[in-house]
Every structure is written in structure tokens, then in C-alpha cells.
Design a protein around this ligand. Structure first.
Ligand SMILES: [Zn+2]
Ligand SMILES: [Zn+2]
Length: 354
């Protein structure tokens, strides 16, 4: 089925570090198995900010200008041949990572590790893949997750970062009754803390060097916060946990935070790495892995958790609305990026598009 559409659309194109502008781009071509989506709301992610500020994100260096954005709510406007699982008019969010579906990783249920993944709004592919800071985007039909009617567009565009948090919490195993620390109070760290709390972790603490982020965490329901640079940190951790945290989620991407996690985790505990560190090697107290039987695990994007994320929000176990600190129209994408980069005041900044 095809809808009659303009052939051109407005999109926010990242041209180089610090330079993003609205340009006219062709509406993406609809191929078999794909759906064309009209974007309504899109969130600015830390990775979008990396591209905007540095012109790259970790090892991903774009080979040409491209459209950022991968956290969004959209409406299905037309279906490619063979699509049966979604209908025109449905309001959806999408898993922006399109795994190949046929490699060993995909077949063993770990499509988040698929090396042929095509990620929206990312330079992980060459050339880069255009994303959702545009009026239209195409995804494969199975990437769509239909939103409940009562869920608003702003919340729908928070499901992708929530899926990151949810997958990370699952990587730790059960956190019920466990003493949990999250290092880094950005959107992902906060969502991990809220998810761990919803799953029964007691207590849940969050560390951040910024006092404003610690304040925000407490306002959002995180029971304890610590300053990782505090001279009394060891005493504070002892008061909170006794002998240390059972599980530490490293969500800051700071080398010092990862190193400190080895000092704050209890014997037999688990450290989950979610934050993006640089590409260089980092010295770690590896002997502690053996002598204290520490589990050190990675967490990459989502796994297949989007529908579970939707249920957690729909049932009000997790409230993501408090993280949205700004909404600007697509035309003001430059200002929105600048706002999103203000670490002391901004959490999630979204673009209103449709
Ligand atoms: Zn993201
Ligand atoms: Zn694959």
C-alpha cells in the first residue's frame, strides 16, 4: 500500500562537528518488508551529542553528512510489500537497531550483538545511516512496537533509552533485594536507577560529581546519592550497604568511575558497563576479578525488551516523564542540541517534528 506523499522532506543534517542545519532531503524509499514512518517526536541522545560536539561517536566516524536521531514516536504512513504486523495509522516507537536476523548472534537470541546491524542515525555503518531528526524515516516492519493509545508521544520517544536501561538491569541477573549503585546521573543512569528500583533493588543509590544531577535523582525517587569525589565516600557507602554494593551499573563512561566501581562492589558482586568509554585500553585491577570473584559484564543496547519497556511504563511501574527537560521544534535543532549539552540543567531534550 502506498500513500501519496511529497517526495521531499525537512531533515536536520549534521554536516560536521558543531554544524547541524535543516535541509530538504528526499523522503526515504519504501522497500519490501519496510514501513514508512512520519516522525512526531524524537529525543536527543548522548550519542547524538557526541556526533554534534566531536563529529564522531567513539570509533564511529561519519564519511558524509547525515541525519541524527534514533529515539522517537512516529505514525505508520505506508507499508512495503509483505508487511503484515503493523497497520497504516498505527502509532509506534521503533527499535532503531536493525539486526540481520540470520547470523549466529541473531539466531541465538542476541541480535543486539549482530555485527551486520544497521542503526538509525549512526555512523556505525559506512556510509552513515540517516535517522529520525526528519519528517520521515523507514524501518523494517519488525522494528516497530505499537504504543498504547493512552501513551503520549513524549513518553513513546523515551522507550528507546528505557530499553537500554532495562537490558542493562537484566544483564545483572535479578536485582531484587540487592544493594545497587548507578554511577552517572544522565538519562541512562537515571533510567537504570528507576528500573532497578521497580525490580525491587534496596537501596538504590546514584553517584554523580554534579550536585544538580544528584538533586534531580532524588527528586525522581532515587533514595540515596553520593558524590564520587567526596573524601567521606567510603564511610557513606559503608553506612548505605555495609560491605559494598551487590551490583554497580557504570553509566557515566568515565574511566575513574569504572575504576572506583571495583572499590565499591562487594565480594561476589557484579559490575555492569553501560557507559561508552573511549576506544583506548584502560588499566583495571584485574586480580580482583579472581580474588573477590567480581563479575564484570557489558551491556549493549537493548536485546528484545521494547514491549516489556512499554508495559513497565503503561503500568506506571516506571515514570519517564520527569526526565524530559525541554521540547523544541525541529527547526530549532541547533538550539536543542546546545540545550541538551548543558549537563547541569538538561536531561532529555526532545524535538517536536510532526
Ligand atoms: Zn539513544
Ligand atoms: Zn545478525
Amino acid at each position: 500500500m502506498t500513500a501519496s506523499l511529497n517526495t521531499q522532506m525537512q531533515a536536520a543534517v549534521l554536516e560536521s562537528a558543531g554544524s547541524i542545519r535543516i535541509a530538504s532531503r528526499p523522503v526515504p524509499e519504501l522497500k519490501p518488508g519496510m514501513v514508512l514512518l512520519r516522525v512526531r517526536r524524537a529525543g536527543i541522545c548522548g550519542s547524538d551529542l557526541h556526533y554534534f560536539v566531536h563529529g564522531c561517536c567513539g570509533a564511529f566516524v561519519p564519511t558524509r553528512p547525515f541525519v541524527l536521531g534514533h529515539e522517537f514516536t512516529a505514525e505508520v504512513v505506508s507499508l512495503g510489500d509483505g508487511v503484515k504486523n503493523v497497520a497504516v495509522g498505527a502509532r509506534v516507537t521503533a527499535n532503531p537497531a536493525r539486526a540481520c536476523g540470520v547470523c549466529d548472534d541473531c539466531k541465538s537470541g542476541r541480535g543486539n550483538l549482530c555485527r551486520s546491524t544497521i542503526m538509525l542515525g549512526s555512523a556505525s555503518t559506512t556510509p552513515p545511516t540517516d535517522g529520525a531528526f526528519a519528517e520521515f524515516v523507514t524501518v523494517r516492519a519488525d522494528q516497530c512496537h505499537v504504543l498504547p493509545p493512552e501513551m503520549d508521544d513524549a513518553t513513546g520517544a523515551m522507550l528507546e533509552p528505557l530499553a537500554v536501561a532495562l537490558h542493562a538491569v537484566k544483564r545483572a541477573g535479578s536485582v531484587a533485594g540487592k544493594r545497587v549503585l548507578v554511577t552517572g546521573g544522565g538519562p541512562i543512569g537515571l533510567l537504570v536507577a528507576l528500573t532497578a528500583k521497580a525490580f525491587g533493588a534496596v537501596p538504590v543509590a546514584l553517584s554523580d560529581i554534579l550536585a544538580t544531577r544528584r538533586d534531580t535523582a532524588r527528586q525522581l525517587g532515587v533514595e540515596a546519592t553520593v558524590n564520587p569525589a567526596s573524601p567521606t565516600l567510603a564511610d557513606e557507602v559503608r553506612t548505605l550497604t555495609g560491605d559494598g554494593f551487590d551490583v554497580i551499573f557504570e553509566a557515566s563512561g568515565a574511566r575513574a568511575a569504572l575504576r572506583q566501581a571495583f572499590d565499591l562492589v562487594r565480594p561476589g558482586g557484579t559490575i555492569v558497563q553501560i557507559g561508552t568509554l573511549g576506544t583506548e585500553d584502560i588499566p583495571l585491577p584485574a586480580n580482583q576479578l579472581m580474588t573477590r570473584e567480581i563479575n564484570f559484564v557489558g551491556s549493549m543496547r537493548y536485546g528484545n525488551v521494547f514491549d516489556e519497556a512499554i508495559r513497565l511504563v503503561q503500568s506506571r511501574r516506571i515514570d519517564v516523564r520527569g526526565l524530559i527537560t525541554g521540547v523544541l521544534p525541529l527547526a530549532e535543532v541547533g538550539e536543542a542540541m546546545r540545550l541538551a549539552g548543558e549537563k547541569t540543567t538538561a536531561l532529555k531534550v526532545q524535538l517536536e517534528i510532526g
